[in-house]
Write a protein that binds this ligand. Sequence first.
Ligand code: 5RP
Length: 226
Amino acid sequence: MSDTNALKRQVARAALNWVEPGSVIGVGTGSTVDCFIDALKESGIRLAGAVSSSERTAKGLQAIGVPVLDLNDVIRLGVYVDGADEVDPQHCMIKGGGGALTREKIVAEVADRFVCIADGSKAVSCLGHFPLPIEVLPMARSLIERKCRDIGGVPLLRSGFVTDNGNLILDVRGLQIADPVALEREINQWPGVVTNGIFAIRRADVVCLATPSGIRTFDSGQMVQL
Ligand code: 5RP
């Protein structure tokens, strides 16, 4: 197992601290979340159910016997556990490397507490080195590509990929995201954008990072610094 995989497994186990037995939780998408699902299984914690942010995660949850609930039947989630592609000192994130950003943003919005789990390499001082994913309706692709170029970005269509919602992903390089809240709002207003992968308006409450020297946890108000 690579070092990064070992770190993902460690941080996934640490996330169990925020999981209340018998509750309904929200679950994100990605390889770190896959480790979290494995950790849930190993823990023996029984959940009333989970709301999934993707078909991939729904399958994983069902495979370990967790009932997958429709978000429309759930008013509140105590916790939402998800990974990130980048996380900045203020707990803002870029997400969507796995293409599940829209459902992730929806499920996260319903949760009291967003716990971001990642290996320490995801901590950055400024978002934007990782290409920003934007989910777009197919007919708006070239319009949104032009708008990305207008703000200094270089968009690339994610080849051969269709989201769970039947849309496309543009991965945008070259953005130095100094004001994540402002850019998240701006891009989300472009007609044809379903959502973008900046998670700053609803950012992580807790950031839990696995480093070679152990797990570092940053609660709300604590700057993420490694
Ligand atoms: C999926 C995501 C993931 O959380 C993000 O891509 C991190 O993935 P991984 O845990 O595989 O590094 O946003 O849409």
